[in-house]
Structure formats: structure tokens, C-alpha cells
Design a protein around this ligand. Structure first.
Ligand code: NAD
Ligand code: AHE
Ligand code: ZN
Length: 368
């Protein structure tokens, strides 16, 4: 069949809207009509050319929601008309990683996914007979996609696509990092570096679990008002203080119990670790730094009890946890609506990247 999709032809160039051929679902695969997709900073990162796994031409996008249109042979857990969120971190429930119960990083299809291909090492997308690559196993900037069954979370049918698409990445990443990765406890002091589409979700989850001080750090002063609405108690603009780390240590009586880096900058990653409390403070890296970047600190920081951790997709096991996060939104526990600052058509998708670059949007959502 044919679909409309935004195609990334080359690093650093705007996407163009094309008619793309989509092959039907093969064994274990599902054809999904995407109804809405968010634009995440990671899409911008890959489009910029800084992602070592970035390949072109590709159809980007990994924050979608939609409806099952058709299922291939051997698909057992999904049927036509089911409502779904595609998962760039699948959950096969069979691989060593899933069975360990120690990580959400299912590896069942990771190697082909990283090469822009389906598990059988081919692409379902083509233009004029030439293959176009998938992206993060999802490619939600296409109206129709083919996805392995293990990379789809079935969600309740009353959940609005134009809101819950954001659970496909940003909401789950921020909320999950607090609840699944760090397991922040009530009364903890929390610091969040970067108050964008991820950081604000860290903030609302920190409030949800009863954190004490919730300190937000951002160079964009326009982020303060929204962050306070979501639960931030103190705002730090690094440009307005002498030393961010010392400033945070003073605000928290010795350092953060938990800090979260939601920028992707190796300098703020170091600050995020070093503002943690001696003996127990944990720093969670969420931001994605460009290929070739490295983090550094004095090993003494770790010897004296600070812990450096990472979190992908918030540590969430997608098929198990994403439907629960949809429930939290539908029950009013999470605010998604106010974070979606811009609604666009597919033809306007490049405006979404421009708004992000200028720091004017939290999340732009494309509605098909
Ligand atoms: P965003 O662009 O919405 O927000 C980034 C924020 O950081 C902005 O508010 C910006 O003003 C602020 N910022 C930039 N430089 C700063 C600095 N030097 N000091 C303080 N603040 C600064 O981006 P996002 O969508 O929230 O994504 C944030 C990061 O998280 C990106 O690196 C993205 O790739 C990554 N990410 C990771 C995962 C994961 O699973 N680990 C998932 C989604 C996104
Ligand atoms: N190809 C990138 C990897 C970037 C990365 O770390 N991605 C996160 C999700 S970001 C979503 O917005 C992730 O899930 N990582 C685990 C994985 O297996 O990719 C690079 O820099 O190489
Ligand atoms: Zn993302």
C-alpha cells in the first residue's frame, strides 16, 4: 500500500513529505495506522547527523499512537482495531535481558533495529523501488508503519491519540526514570537539569512520589513558569549563579538525593553527578550525548558514595508498563495536555523542529 510520510534524505536537511510504498506485515509483524506522533529531541539529534546509528534516507519518529490495521501470520496478542503505542524498546519476554528482570533493554531485535531494518533484515518502506530505512523500529513520521508484535503496547480505546502518543517516549522516559530507575522516595531532594519535554515529566513524577525540594536547572528562563506549574520548588539559571554545583549543594543541605540529566550535554552530566549528596546521591543520565563525547569526573566522587546510572525509556517494560502509564494519565495523575504546546499537520512537521531549536515548544504533536 501507499502511505504519506516525512522522509529524512540527508543529515541536517529538512524533511520532505513523500508518497512511500509500505510492504504488508510478515510473520510476527503488524500494520499500524499512526494517528498522532510527538517530535522528540532525539529525532532532531539523529537528523543533525550526530547519531552514530543515523542512516539515510530514513523515516524518523518514535513517539506515536495508532490503530492496528492488519496482522501478519503468527501474531497472537493483537487484533485489527486494537489501539497501540509503538515501542522503540520492545518487550519480547523471552530474551536473556527480559528474563533477567534487571533491565528493560530487550535485545530481541536491537541489532536490526539499529540498522534501520525489520527483524528479517529488510525494510518495509520504499520509494520508486529503492528502500527507505526504518528508525528506532517505529518510524512514526509515516501514517502507516509495520512493527514487530513485540514492539507494540496495547492501550485502552478511550485514550486520545493526540495526547497519549507522548507516552511513546517523553512521558514514559521522564516519569519512568523517577519511578522505575531511581525509585525516588517521598521526602527526597531532586534536581533536574533541562526543563524540556523530558525534564518536565521528571518534575511531575517527583512531585507525584512526594519529593521534598524539586530544583530545576535550565538556561532558558522561559521554562521556569511551566516547571513551577508541574512541581518545581526552586529554579536555577546557570548563567545567574557563580557555580551551579555549589549553589545546589547549598540549597539541598549537602547535595541532591537524586539528580536527572535531561539535556545530553557532558558538562551538565558532570555537574549533575557532582551536585549529589556524599554517601548516597544518585545521578541518572537520560540525555543523549553526540557520538564521540565522553563523560568525566574525579573517581573520588564515586569512591565517596555518589552513583552514576543511566536510564533508557525510563526503565519501563513497554508492553507491561505503558498501558499503566496511559491509565495514570486517564485517571488525572499525570498532566500531558499542558506539555503539548503545538499541534501540527504532517506538512508542517519541519516547523516542529524549528520550534524545538528555538526553545519555544515543549512538545509539538503531528496529527494525521
Ligand atoms: P528539549 O529540547 O525539549 O529540552 C532540553 C532542555 O535543556 C531545554 O529546556 C534547554 O533549554 C535545556 N538546556 C540546553 N542546554 C542547557 C544547558 N547547558 N544547561 C541547562 N539547560 C540546558 O529536549 P527533550 O526532548 O526534553 O530531550 C532531552 C534529552 O533527553 C535529549 O538529549 C534527548 O535525546 C534525550 N532523551 C533520552 C531518552 C532516553 O530514553 N534516555 C528519551 C528521550 C529523550
Ligand atoms: N543511536 C543512538 C542511541 C541513542 C539512545 O541512547 N537512545 C535511547 C532512546 S532516546 C529516545 O528519545 C535508548 O533507548 N537507548 C538504548 C538503545 O538501545 O539505543 C546513539 O547515540 O548511538
Ligand atoms: Zn524520544
Amino acid at each position: 500500500m501507499k502511505t504519506r510520510a516525512a522522509v529524512a534524505w540527508k543529515a541536517g536537511q529538512p524533511l520532505t513529505i513523500e508518497e512511500v510504498e509500505v510492504g504488508g506485515p510478515r510473520a510476527g509483524e503488524v500494520l499500524v495506522e499512526i494517528r498522532a506522533t510527538g517530535i522528540c529531541h532525539t529525532d532532531y539529534y539523529t537528523l543533525s547527523g550526530a547519531d552514530p546509528e543515523g542512516i539515510f534516507p530514513a523515516i524518523l519518529g518514535h513517539e506515536g499512537a495508532g490503530v492496528v490495521v492488519d496482522v501478519g501470520p503468527d501474531v497472537k496478542s493483537l487484533n485489527k482495531d486494537d489501539h497501540v503505542i509503538p515501542l522503540y524498546t520492545p518487550e519480547c519476554r523471552q530474551c536473556k535481558f527480559c528474563l533477567s528482570q534487571k533491565t528493560n533493554l530487550c535485545q530481541a531485535i536491537r541489532s536490526t533495529q539499529g540498522r534501520g531494518l525489520m527483524p528479517d533484515a529488510t525494510s518495509r518502506f520504499s520509494i520508486a523501488g529503492k528502500p527507505v530505512f526504518h528508525y528506532m523500529g517505529t518510524s512514526t513520521f509515516s501514517n502507516y508503519i509495520v512493527v514487530p508484535e513485540i514492539a507494540l503496547a496495547r492501550i485502552r480505546e478511550d485514550a486520545p491519540f493526540d495526547k497519549v502518543c507522548y507516552i511513546g517516549c517523553g512521558v514514559t522516559t521522564g516519569v519512568g526514570a523517577v519511578i522505575f530507575t531511581a525509585r525516588v522516595e517521598a521526602g527526597a531532594n531532586v534536581v533536574v537539569f533541562g526543563l524540556g519535554g523530558i525534564g518536565l515529566n521528571v518534575i511531575q513524577a517527583a512531585r507525584m512520589v512526594g519529593a521534598n525540594r524539586i530544583i530545576g536547572v535550565d538556561i532558558n528562563p522561559a521554562r521556569e513558569a511551566m516547571a513551577r506549574q508541574f512541581g518545581m520548588t526552586h529554579f536555577v539559571n546557570p548563567k545567574a549563579v557563580d557555580n551551579v554545583v555549589d549553589h545546589i549543594i547549598a540549597l539541598t543541605d549537602g547535595g541532591a538525593d537524586y539528580s536527572f540529566e535531561c539535556i545530553g550535554n557532558v558538562t551538565t552530566m558532570r555537574q549533575s553527578l557532582e551536585c549529589c549528596h556524599k554517601g548516597w546521591g544518585q545521578s541518572i543520565i537520560i540525555g543523549v550525548a553526540a557520538g564521540g563525547e565522553e563523560i568525566s569526573t574525579r573517581p573520588f566522587q564515586l569512591v565517596t558514595g555518589r552513583v552514576w546510572k543511566g536510564s533508557a525509556f525510563g526503565g519501563a517494560r513497554g508492553r507491561t508498563d505503558v498501558p499503566k502509564i496511559v491509565d495514570w494519565y486517564m485517571d488525572g495523575k499525570l498532566n500531558i495536555d499542558d506539555l503539548i504546546t503545538h499541534r501540527l499537520t504532517l506538512d508542517q512537521i519541519n516547523q516542529g523542529f524549528d520550534l524545538m531549536k528555538r526553545g519555544e515548544s515543549i512538545r509539538s504533536v503531528v496529527i494525521y
